[in-house]
Design a protein around this ligand. Structure first.
Ligand code: PMV
Length: 326
């Protein structure tokens, strides 16, 4: 059977940085995110005894050997669970150009998991699907549920799953992803977080997270952008502080990243409610409400060094669709 899934990327308001279990990708802390409408992956999976081996294709690009191996490992987990042995053909397509700097592992493993289990004829609950997506790439579990999503760190694999807090229609928050460097990032998030326990700042970050999670939930409940934005920025700076104080240090920002951080403060002082957050790379996400989109984009365009922008609204989670890629 052939099945196709469409999965959004997501941006974390409270970030995942570091694992207690590398293989199962159990995180050191819970996290919370919003699905992004402008950056998504579509994947078609077909299992068939006609295929002599797994075939993995990326439309408009090429998977590295390592990426192919990770996809095949995910197919193996699906086969094992479904008790089938047929090989698969997988074709996947990103809405954003490879090398645009937009994250693709979250949307990629979410789409692969949902399409893969459907193609294998196995029906899992949403939380079970998030567990399998998490083993492919931690943040992928947050791309399966709808809209605004919590990933509980849990105690073991089954309890480390993601669920929707609010649907995508709940609040017209926006995220413009400002691409300041379209080169592929030099240190992947997986590699970057490997040495997390060498940072003396880790203990303070982990101690602060439960309170931050509650503060984000409260801000979301009351749709309070100022309260939300303050915590988002605090947690972003904290995550990067941990990364920068690891041995060896992991530095993701460039000059334009810092210029944007300063600009955001300046825009706020002049009355434009906008906040920043940054993942494992130099590109900056700006968070604001729909009513301010034109003003935010106009300000961003004045900054020198920006390559492109990707506009996002909150998005539904991963869904099966009827348009197959082959
Ligand atoms: O799941 P990964 O390996 O893509 O790691 C994600 C790490 C951050 O993007 C920096 C934070 C997060 O929670 O998304």
């Amino acid at each position: 059977m052939k099945q196709t899934a469409k999965a959004p990327s997501n941006i974390a308001f409270i970030k995942y940085w570091g694992k207690v279990n590398e293989q199962l990708r159990l995180p050191l802390n819970s996290s919370i995110s919003m699905n992004l409408s402008g950056a998504f992956t579509t994947t078609t999976v077909e299992f068939s005894s006609e295929y002599p081996k797994d075939e993995v294709q990326l439309v408009d690009g090429e998977f590295s050997r390592d990426e192919q191996d990770k996809v095949i490992a995910a197919l193996d987990r699906i086969r094992q669970h479904a008790n089938i042995s047929a090989r698969a053909k997988v074709v996947t397509k990103n809405s954003f150009p490879k090398g645009s700097g937009a994250a693709s592992s979250a949307s990629g493993f979410a789409a692969l998991t949902v399409a893969g289990f459907a193609a294998a004829g196995v029906s899992l609950s949403e939380s079970e699907l998030t567990v399998f997506a998490r083993i492919g790439s931690g943040s992928a579990c947050r791309s399966i549920p709808d809209g605004f999503v919590v990933w509980e760190k849990g105690q073991n694999s089954d309890s480390s799953y993601a669920y929707s807090l609010y649907p995508y229609t709940y609040w017209d928050l926006r995220d413009v992803l400002v691409i300041v460097d379209s080169e592929m990032k030099k240190i992947s998030s997986s590699a970057g977080m490997e040495q997390v326990t060498t940072s003396p700042a880790l203990a303070a970050r982990l101690a602060a997270i439960p309170q931050r999670m509650e503060a984000v939930k409260t801000a979301l409940a009351s749709k309070n952008l100022a309260a939300l934005g303050e915590i988002i920025e605090e947690d972003c700076i904290d995550m990067h502080h941990v990364a920068q104080t690891q041995h060896p240090p992991v530095m993701y920002w460039n000059e334009t990243t810092k210029i944007l951080i300063d600009a955001v403060k300046h825009w706020r002082q002049s009355g434009l409610p906008v906040y920043f957050t940054i993942d494992a790379g130099p590109n900056v996400h700006l968070i604001y409400e729909g009513k301010d989109e034109a003003a935010v984009v106009a300000e961003v365009k004045k900054i020198v060094g920006i390559e492109t922008v990707i506009l996002n609204k909150p998005a539904p989670g991963t869904t099966l669709i009827n348009e197959h890629l082959f």
